[in-house]
Design a protein around this ligand. Structure first.
Ligand code: NAD
Length: 358
């Protein structure tokens, strides 16, 4: 066995159907008395319900979270938190809402309690992102890690089927890349494998019936594990492709992850044999040669859009993405081959399978 270093992050995690109903008691245990509930505009009503539940310790809802945390949005929120002496930001939502709480914590260290309602996994990481002049910068800071995370699968039943599917595949991408991470370790690999298996089973059931609570529970469990993977080890080529698709072409985050994962794993299929054999096992296919197709077919069964052109990538996109990732690569177990990447990204652009089908 190879040498490894494993470090766990300090945060409390609660997981149960209906657990968010105990949010007030959990906040009380931590001594928070002036709590601001953060949401997107779309989830403001859910935020208001939470405020009702919290009673005298809630200051109100701040429903201004938007995708990719624009600096102006973050600065306004920071002013609001300071003016109102908020002692805890309670983020109810997905990566965008948790991202706003992180931007506040980065600047003024206001503790975060997160109630995730998608599968993106941001709640388990020290990674923050901020967007200024259309440029997204990311970094790591321990202050942005939530103190407490409350997973309540019941809250995700309102997440529409397509967003659920893409968000779940976004989570799977964290787990997949953790398997062949530069700093991979045995505990994270176990979590990654369990995460992939859980998501693979849960997502088709959710797309069939968004109110299937057992499937929601399984997907939330898989997403939690995937979030730990993302927060613990470095990511590789797939995350580089998606950061380029989001940063340079403003493609929607979860959809871009969902579409490109099949091509990233196909590219890496023979790179880290142990990891890719493990991935094949988790996906239930015979060989690592089949992992790309297995994910492509899973996407098909989940009704996820298959082509990057359908979510906004222009025709010159594949060549530009291939050039950018070859010019400033992340670690990857296999080197960067421009021609092969261009071929795969062109297939992703058109929505063709990662391998030729006779
Ligand atoms: P999101 O937070 O933007 O949510 C998508 C939409 O779904 C929003 O309109 C939201 O209000 C709505 N929604 C969320 N939960 C719902 C529910 N249960 N019912 C109904 N509607 C619901 O999407 P996301 O994919 O979770 O987050 C994407 C953002 O998170 C990106 O900016 C990405 O970069 C960031 N992210 C950061 C990290 C990190 O570690 N820092 C990790 C993953 C993602």
């Amino acid at each position: 066995m190879n040498a490894f270093h494993y470090k766990s992050l300090p945060l409390d995690v609660y997981f149960d159907n209906g657990k968010s109903k105990e949010t007030k008691e959990i906040l009380n245990q931590h001594g928070y008395q002036k709590v601001l509930v953060l949401t997107t505009p779309e989830q403001e009503d859910a935020g208001q319900e939470l405020v009702q539940q919290l009673g005298d310790i809630a200051v109100g809802v701040y429903p201004h979270a938007v995708m990719h945390v624009p600096v102006e949005v973050a600065n306004k929120a920071i002013d609001f938190v300071q003016e109102n002496n908020i002692d805890c930001c309670l983020a109810l939502g997905g990566g965008s809402t948790i991202g706003l709480a992180k931007a506040i914590a980065l600047k003024i260290h206001t503790p975060i309690v997160a109630i995730p309602t998608t599968y993106a996994g941001s709640e388990m990481t020290t990674v923050y992102g901020l967007t200024e002049n259309n440029l997204k910068t990311t970094g790591k800071d321990i202050h942005v890690l939530p103190k407490v995370v409350i997973y309540d699968p019941e809250l995700s039943v309102t997440l529409p089927a397509e967003i659920s599917a893409c968000s779940g595949m976004n989570a799977m991408a964290h787990a997949v890349e953790a398997l062949y991470a530069q700093d991979k370790n045995p505990i994270i690999s176990l979590m990654a494998t369990d995460s992939i298996q859980a998501l693979k089973v849960a997502l088709p059931a959710i797309v069939k019936n968004t109110h299937d609570l057992e499937a929601r529970q399984k997907a939330t469990y898989g997403a939690w594990l995937a979030g730990i993977c993302l927060g613990s080890v470095g990511m590789a080529i797939h995350h580089k492709i998606c950061h380029t698709l989001g940063g340079t072409f403003n493609l929607p985050h979860a959809q871009a992850h969902a579409i490109t994962l099949a091509y990233s794993v196909h590219y890496n299929r023979n790179a880290d044999v142990e990891a890719m054999d493990r991935l094949a096992g988790a996906l239930g296919v015979a060989s690592r040669e089949d992992v790309g197709m297995a994910i492509y077919q899973l996407n098909q069964s989940l009704n996820i859009p298959l082509a990057l052109k359908d979510i906004g990538l222009p025709e010159q996109g594949p060549a530009e993405v291939a050039r950018i990732i070859c010019d400033s690569p992340y670690y990857n177990p296999r080197g960067y081959d421009y021609d092969e990447l261009l071929d795969l990204l062109t297939k992703a652009y058109l929505g063709l399978p990662p391998i030729k089908i006779n």
